[in-house]
Design a binder for this molecule. Structure first.
Ligand code: GTP
Ligand code: MG
Length: 184
């Protein structure tokens, strides 16, 4: 119907989730979209998306969230889906230092592939996942280290989350949506 077509407030935002294998990208999306968590690990192959609608002020926003493969051998399959992204979510595991170090590569590769008009202001959001493990006693990347990296990349917003316990997941995606919308 025409009222639908004329609606000025429907916005589709494309979001890409990147990070090493096992950091919890798929788990995070399942928690946010389906309110479900599984201990069972099943590697993502290629890329797939889930959608979630939310309201921001007077705007109805549809987040199209693209899950990608962290495993090197499946990685190239996902790259072609980066194009047209409005925001990129980088995820690492606060308990595994290597997953923090490789953020640099994910960040660089994403910008190379998408080639945005203003790479210095392209919206990223960083998520440090699995803060639930061992009550935080087994973490190897401090919040300060992560925040310093975010500052060095032009003030990327940062959240510490647990996909397992649904800690900060909603807030993180709200920030993603607002950041993407502001950049539209
Ligand atoms: P790839 O698809 O290979 O790139 O991995 P991924 O980043 O999608 O990781 P996935 O979501 O499959 O999670 C990997 C493992 O970590 C699974 O066994 C999850 O159950 C577990 N996991 C994910 N998030 C959390 C979390 O917040 N806390 C804990 N304790 N475990 C988690
Ligand atoms: Mg996955």
């Amino acid at each position: 119907p025409s009222f639908f077509l004329q609606s000025p407030s429907l916005t589709l935002l494309k979001v890409i989730v990147l990070g090493d294998s096992g950091v919890g990208k798929t788990s995070l999306m399942n928690q946010y979209v389906h309110k479900k968590f599984s201990q069972h690990y099943k590697a993502t192959i290629g890329a797939d998306f889930m959608t979630k609608e939310l309201q921001i002020d007077d705007k109805l926003v549809t987040l199209q969230i693209w899950d990608t493969a962290g495993q090197e051998r499946f990685h190239s399959l996902g790259v072609s889906f980066y194009r047209g992204a409005d925001c990129c979510i980088l995820v690492y595991d606060v308990n595994v230092y290597k997953t923090f170090e490789t953020l640099q590569n994910w960040h660089e590769e994403f910008l190379e592939q998408v080639d945005p008009t203003h790479p210095e202001t392209f919206p990223f959001v960083l998520l440090g996942n699995k803060v639930d493990i061992d009550g935080g006693n087994s973490r190897v990347v401090s919040e300060k280290t992560a925040r310093d990296w975010c500052v060095s990349k032009g003030n990327i917003p940062y959240f510490e989350i647990s996909a397992k316990e649904d800690y900060n997941v909603e807030d993180a995606f709200l920030c993603v949506a607002k950041t993407a919308l502001a950049n539209e």
